[in-house]
Design a protein around this ligand. Structure first.
Ligand code: NOJ
Length: 568
């Protein structure tokens, strides 16, 4: 009997250990990485034209380092037609002149490396600009060098191709009518200005001659080109890529099996051999699939079925058009955790031993954390505590560390549509345009918050209680306490029936923490299992937080709008 108990305890221990073990093939630096995402047009302008650039980023590297992050993800810096914020690439091998030169990029990488910071670029794998020379040639005739880099349907089928594509819509909705000689249609990936690159079709339909097999000469040439692009930048010293719309490559691939195979058996295999210390981040929005495809990590944020809208978004209707529900991270305290928990838990369980799920604090495609009902430093500290104590690799969207505020009035800029309000220029100091640029105010890329009391890096530096200094403290703690890191296991301890506060356990080896999150404007108490010892409070922004041991159960009471971290 005793032996049985020991065996089952051992088995349980082994499962837990296996559950939190990282992928053995991942680069050594990834476990401890914390990313800072930079939208280059909006970070720092060095030449006074109102648009950020690479020398500007270089000049701010010391600040970036001071936050405690270890890596940068740069949104696209390639020559672009600027109809989609840089995601419509004209030349994959050249930095857009607005940002500087390839030499500037190499200088950024070197300077970042000198400070122990990695640099990851965006890789727009699924499409190019319609101004790219490959497309200009492809649209002319079928037998030129780049002809088969794109897909040219000779007619539009009446039905079929109902497979949902990443980026929205079915393949039929991606047919763009054109008067180009190769017309009458090409297939786009996102906007009309972004023709899809041709990686072939899953199960090509013989009655659709444009549907080439994944291993046909056209798609194979496309694969070689993509590897060439990756090598070009990796050989210049960059540390990896965030792959845009990584799930979109093979068309009509309902269950994504061909796209997974393409990444796993070709791109990732090759990349891992050539660049064992390089990383590949997917924009797939389904970590269970993307880590299967060999990616090191994937996002869980605004898009796809697996998203965190119920935690953070104001005014989002349900999938069935139901009335918007209040987000969990709101002082009204009317949100719930169930929807998010089900989706997150599925993803978290799926990636164990294969990669990471990352919940970023924001990105260039959706409203900033600091928006609508959530704008005070204390509210933002609670959310940041969550982002920086969850498993996986954290991502901070530039400016979120000072509470840079969504600008709902920002006019659409360079294909942003409604996304301009989060792509606003960084606020550095009290000088003109908050130190972002010396250009006249009407030349600033996207209008900044005109509020004279707006938060800046300079003000945040001077205030020990600022969000910035809180984030710095959290990142120091995350580095010190491995139970708060990427590989430590995660478990929701509090009940879904009583969502405020949320309490989760993080555990690695012998080290164990509880994180308590109360975004509501009410003090709350939660019942928890009995513990052998009382944990120590090691972090948070609480005004009051107490842990009480009881014979029937322990309790934590925490003040309004507060987060706390306990260590056992
Ligand atoms: C996802 C990017 O994040 C977004 O900004 C872009 O518009 C689309 N992919 C198309 O490239």
């Amino acid at each position: 009997m005793k032996l049985r108990l020991i065996i089952s305890a051992l088995a349980c221990l082994m499962t837990t250990t296996a559950l939190s073990a990282p992928d053995p093939s991942q680069p050594s630096w990834l476990s401890d990485a914390v990313f800072y995402q930079i939208y280059p047009s909006s970070f720092q302008d060095s030449d006074g034209n109102g648009i950020g650039d690479i020398p500007g980023i270089i000049s701010r590297l010391d600040y970036i380092k001071s936050i405690g992050v270890t890596a940068i993800w740069l949104n696209p810096v390639y020559v672009s037609g600027w109809t989609d914020g840089g995601y419509d690439v004209i030349d994959f091998y050249k930095v857009d002149p607005r940002f500087g030169t390839n030499t500037d990029l190499v200088e950024l990488v070197n300077q970042a490396h000198a400070r122990g910071i990695k640099v990851v670029m965006d890789l727009v794998a699924g499409h190019s600009s319609d101004q790219n020379e490959w497309f200009l040639q492809s649209k002319e005739a079928p037998n030129l060098r780049y002809s088969d880099y794109y897909i040219w349907p000779s007619f539009k089928p009446q039905s079929g191709s109902n497979v949902q594509m990443q980026g929205g819509g079915t393949l039929l909705s991606k047919f763009v009518a054109t008067d180009a000689p190769r017309g009458p249609f090409y297939i786009k990936n996102f906007f009309d200005t972004q023709p899809a690159l041709n990686f072939g079709f899953a199960n090509p339909d013989p009655s659709h001659p444009w549907e080439q097999a994944v291993d046909a000469p056209g798609p194979m040439a496309m694969r070689r080109e993509l590897k060439n692009i990756m090598s070009f930048w990796m050989d210049k010293g960059v540390d990896g890529f965030r792959v845009d719309m990584a799930a979109s490559l093979v068309k009509n691939d309902d269950d994504k099996s061909e796209t997974i195979k393409l990444w796993k058996e070709d791109f990732v295999k090759w990349f891992d051999q050539e660049y064992p210390e390089g990383i590949l981040i997917a924009e797939w929005f389904n970590p269970a699939q993307s880590t299967e495809a060999g990616f090191d990590l994937d996002f869980f944020c605004h898009d796809g079925q697996y998203n965190y809208s119920t935690l953070f978004f104001y005014g989002r209707r349900g999938r069935g058009g139901q009335e918007p529900t209040p987000p969990y991270f709101d002082k009204a305290g009317g949100g719930g955790l169930q929807t998010w928990y089900n989706l997150y838990k599925y993803q978290y369980d799926s990636v164990q031993g294969k990669g990471y799920v990352s919940m970023p604090s924001g990105n260039h495609d959706f409203n900033r954390l600091c928006t609508e009902g959530r704008t005070t430093p204390e509210e933002l500290k609670v959310a940041m505590t969550f982002f920086l104590t969850m498993p996986g690799v954290p991502f901070i969207f530039y400016g979120d560390e000072i509470g840079l505020k969504q600008n709902p009035a920002a006019p659409p800029t360079e294909g942003s549509g409604g996304r301009a309000g989060c792509r606003i220029p960084m606020l550095w100091d009290g000088s003109a345009n908050a130190g972002f640029s010396t250009a006249p105010i009407d030349k600033i890329y996207i209008p900044q918050d005109p509020d004279p009391d707006r938060m800046t890096v300079e003000k945040a530096e001077a205030d020990p209680a600022s969000l910035l200094n809180y984030v710095r403290g959290l990142l120091r703690l995350r580095k010190e306490v491995k139970a708060l890191g990427a590989d430590a296991s995660w478990r929701l301890v509090s009940s879904l029936e009583q969502p405020y506060p949320m309490v989760y356990e993080r555990k690695l080896g012998g080290e164990r923490c509880y994180v308590v999150i109360n975004p509501s404007a009410k003090a709350v108490t939660v019942n928890l299992p009995v513990e052998a010892s009382k944990p120590e409070l090691i972090g948070g922004n609480y005004r009051k937080c107490t842990y009480k041991q009881g014979r029937k159960g322990d309790t934590i009471s925490i003040s309004a709008t507060s987060a706390a971290i306990f260590k056992f």
